[in-house]
Design a protein around this ligand. Structure first.
Ligand code: ZN
Length: 255
């Protein structure tokens, strides 16, 4: 298979040294259980695939963008009592992000997109802190929010539910256990009304919320739904990359 010039892990100095990359994409996932049937690296498979597909979409339209290797560990402080859920604290993530951004900015890359694939990761406040220190435009997308998942799924779910299961069926079907072995992904709600309704917020203790580590029922998942959704998200993010690559970071606001 020939190397793809928009996937850093596959490309080489021969190709990179003369390519004026405008945007780097940093996919960021997590390593955690996903119900009984999906692999621990579900967020990493999904986010890597979307970063690479979106980069390809933009590259074909002439935008010089590159997908960096995926950071495989996310914030999982609420899952530390689940075996082999690996937590990376927000303060550690900021240190990692600062190093990556500093390297890129020193090399003349002008823009960085953090493509987030895990609900426990939140890069907004980190970017506010980082942006004042580096000469590089930094932005973030939570990929599951950039199009309406309810247009594609009966009940998308938020962790190992119909959406994630469909995506994984389409990407790496051999890594899934049969749906008959999956739990129902039933999530217990907070007793306190504000927290239950979402206008007050606190992180959830995962083991107390769900019995199978899933939140969202995977039973209606199909590979076809997953592929359709992936294509729509790819176009959305790919289109954003084209526009971002062409944007002048000193002139970002309408007149
Ligand atoms: Zn996930």
């Amino acid at each position: 298979m020939p190397s793809r010039p928009f996937v850093l892990a596959e490309t080489n100095w021969k190709s990179v040294k003369d390519t004026p990359f405008e945007v780097a994409i940093l996919p960021w996932g997590a390593t955690e259980p996903h119900n009984f049937h999906l692999p621990y690296s579900t967020d990493n498979y999904e986010t890597t695939a979307l970063a690479e597909r979106a980069a390809e979409f933009a590259w074909q339209k002439g935008a010089r963008v590159v997908a960096l290797p995926t950071v495989p560990f996310g914030v999982n402080t609420g899952q530390l009592d689940l075996r082999l859920a690996i937590n990376m604290n927000p303060s550690t993530q900021l240190a990692v992000l600062t190093d990556v951004a500093s390297a890129l900015s020193g090399q003349g890359v002008k823009k960085l997109l953090i493509l987030n694939g895990h609900g426990g990761n939140d890069f907004k406040q980190m970017i506010r802190e980082l942006q004042a220190k580096v000469d590089l435009f930094v932005c973030t997308i939570n990929w599951w929010t950039c199009i309406k998942a309810t247009d594609f799924f009966d009940e998308p779910g938020d962790h190992a539910g119909e959406m994630e299961t469909s995506i994984m069926m389409s990407l790496v079907p051999d890594l899934l256990r049969p749906l008959s072995e999956a739990g129902p992904g039933k999530a217990r709600k907070f007793r306190v009304a504000g927290l239950r309704d979402g206008w007050a917020w606190a992180p959830r203790k995962w083991r107390q919320v769900t019995d199978d580590t899933g939140t969202g029922d995977p039973k209606a998942a199909t590979a076809e739904k997953g592929e359709k959704f992936l294509r729509a998200v790819t176009e959305r993010i790919g289109g954003f990359l084209v526009e971002l690559a062409a944007a002048d970071v000193k002139n970002l606001y309408e007149s």
